[in-house]
Design a protein around this ligand. Sequence first.
Ligand SMILES: [Ca+2]
Ligand SMILES: [Ca+2]
Length: 1004
Amino acid sequence: MIMKRILLLLSIIAVAAACSEKGAKAPTVSDDWTENAVIYELNVRQATPEGTFAAAEAKLPELKELGIDVVWIMPLYPIGVEGRKGTLGSYYAIKDYCDVNPEFGTLADFDSFLCKAHDLGLKVIIDWVANHTSPDHPWVTEKDPSWYVRGAEGKTVVEYDWTDIAKLDYANKDMRAAMEGCMRFWLDRGIDGFRCDVASQVPQDFWADVFTKFRNEYPRRLFFLAEGEETWLNDAGFDCTYAWRLHHLLNDIAQGKADTDSLLSYIKWNEEGYGTSHRLTFTSNHDENSWNGTEFERMGDAWKAMAVLCWTLPGSQPLIYTGQEVGYDHRFEFFEKDPMPDWHHNAATDFYTYLNALKHAHPALESGNPSFEIVSSSDSSLCFKRTAGNDVVTVSVLLKAPWTWSVDTPETRVSKVEPPCWWTGMKTDLQLMIYGEDISSWDVSVDGSGLSVAGIHKAESPNYLFVDVKVGPGAKPGTYDLVFRKGSDSFRRPYEILAREEGSAARKSFTTSDFIYLINPDRFANADPGNDNTDDTFETADRSRPFGRHGGDLQGIIDHLDYIADLGATAIWCTPLLMDNQHHESYHGYACGDYYRIDPRFGSNAQYKEYVAKAHEKGLKVIMDIVTNHCGTGHWWMKDLPFNDWIHQFPEYTNTNYIFPSAMDPNASDYDSNLLVSGWFVPSMPDMNLDNPFMLKYFQQWAIWWTEYSGQDGLRVDTYPYNEKVPMSKWCEAVLNEYPDLNIVGECWDSNFDQLAYWQGGNANGDGFDSHLPSIMDFPLQEAINAALSESNPGWGQGMYRVYNAIAHDATYHDLSKMMIFLSNHDHYRIADSWHQDPDKMKIAYSLLATVRGIPQLFYGDEMMFATGKDYKSDGELRMDFPGGWEGDATNLFTEEGRAGVEAELHDYVKTLFQWRKGKDVIHNGRTKHFMTRDNTYAFFRYNDTDKVFVYVNNSPEEKTIPWSHYAEIASGLGEGVNVVTGEKVTITDSTVVPASTALVVEY
Ligand SMILES: [Ca+2]
Ligand SMILES: [Ca+2]
């Protein structure tokens, strides 16, 4: 039960975090930023491959998003050469206090880093090593010998095994003054304080003296952190001391060597000795990591539970060391370059983001708040309460395997509010779905001007409320509070209203000028093996299984946007990226487990937004694949549905009949037409009931939320005709009401021209039905091309006649410009399999795809010879891994060097055609004139007032002569043209020969 609560919590926070980029942060009572600050220890050398201030500066926005408040930069000064350890030396052997280590850059680079950090609202403290210098510091020879502690023969002395240092002597007043001057050098540059190395080795009066002066002279809040645990350090003016004793105790607890009693005695000892002073709490730092092992080595599975204590015990000022934010399990070399791989947001990031947000949101968890009350305890468990005014945080930690933990706060009485945020200036009325134990017995209001509750609807389950919220014209972006009241009890839940992007409603979408590249994200590229498995999802990665998860992710797509753009694509459709938490076959994403969360194995909501932004930078639009017809049995609401009719339920499992005609058949029985839309697609996918108005409203807002949140450009709707058609048409209307130019393509998998046409919005249907769906997928044409290129010896009505016949039905459709055309997709045979890996057939198909009317779409890998080599269709196998997307792949087809032979030949053919197509209005918007097929050939023109393109397909095994004079009505006067593929000049006549199995594309 505890674990479940954790999982739930994490998912709430993930979504909450997704919305937190704009608008005000949750309120805190303290004005002192140090009270709820989380510190990040930045190891500049190892934090990035470059190991420079400039590279670290580029990572600052990610630290901000993680919830960091203070960046502590490890010593940034030139390192001594004499006695140096290793190649690069220890940062703590300093040769010049007033300069930067050239390894990291220049003073100007540091200033730029500091400026960027301050712009982001981050504080910066630097490591100060007052106890000693390197033995070759100029002071050793240039200053009076009494500046240093001297041993036999006047030699400087070392401490411990620090053979690369010389200990300073604080009896010398001149040295003290020089040290103070060096500290001012950095304070004058604008830093916010110091982390003082081995602070207790330096006299108390030195610290007290300089800190008093600094605090008087510098008006900003300065923060001084002592590496040391002696209580006199607080008297000396330090804000925070190291909680070493707690750290060692947490290691012992994790290793089964200590119990709850020892933790409670520590808490008592800490309270008596430190009162309201801050205590640096950590599961790792640079010394622990390099010399004693990572938190995973020392704490094993207990690392999270121990971190929870570091964030919630009295006095705690939590620390994250470089690499911990992504769970990097590696001991950094201390004297050598040993950089961590490029950072990617993963489950460990989610965990720390959650803890940081918790710390920021709760006055009860402020570092100076000593409140601590035991709720319950045993030998191996502790539940305690922290309070500050009305704020109460209850923490439970199991101090033995499986090390479960939970944190209860007032907001966790509400475990979900969906949509998780909203915007000002939206046309769509907002209805919140609120989920929490017995939440229906509470009254709800909104605190904040401009927002009000317009209606409260109870569901059948007591754990839901549907609340209509009016976002008035005067509403300002910011954090509002939903206030829940029952009798004298009340609690608040923050809700964010963001500012709408300018021009959002008027966004353009995908059109005939686009070329769409379809990707199965699990199978494209795995940039982050660290997210292949996560704590809060069931199925784990297994690349050997065709129907298993292979680890592909959003970062993998982001990393290959250049490849996609280079191919000539201008839009990407990914099969669903939302969480699919089924135990098996979750890789395809069509069994949604959470409509407001990107699957953590693909990335995060924030990363989806980043993907959209980066795709836009490359000229690529983004189409989201969404499923309104069904969710997955693994969806969180399946254990507690708001209404019985939220999904279609039957006494026993009932499948859909897959009979589309029943949706438009005037003679259809209710039995058949009901079964089409209410039967389940498969047993693992509960069928949603769009006749339930709350369900419909939920899906309308959800599609709008993702569009507004991410900036995406269009939608693709799965299994469209299986939705109840009238509510589904209202769904389309609602989305288009918010975004009038948005394109939405529905998957209406129907080979009948007239039945397919029924589903397109504006079609003159006999029954008056209008779907309002702008775009449909051209299945009849797809089937025609596939069959034509598969038939070696076609009879009458076969071969290229099929393609001619499909195009001849164009009058059937309401809007040809919105037809999505394709050769294959994730549900069909690989084209290479269909056409026996014959490159000539594939080139014919590419030529058709690039030149016939509509919006072309290509399935990833079909630009090359991706084939299963089998003659049956297995979804898991045809959705194959893109070679080069996984570390260690033998070939890398993403790169020009990696492609050879037929792969290069096909890829370049596609690229040539679609790069050409990009600028061709005659293809995007021109008309078509085609000629009746003869002998398995097909000829057509695309034309407008100024341009013509002629396409001739010879799909037969013999060469053919073009009957050019037959085309005189459009071809007369056409002299020299250009072969689009070869770039050669060509003049077609009645004697022009086209080789067997070849397409000719000529522009005039
Ligand atoms: Ca991955
Ligand atoms: Ca249905």
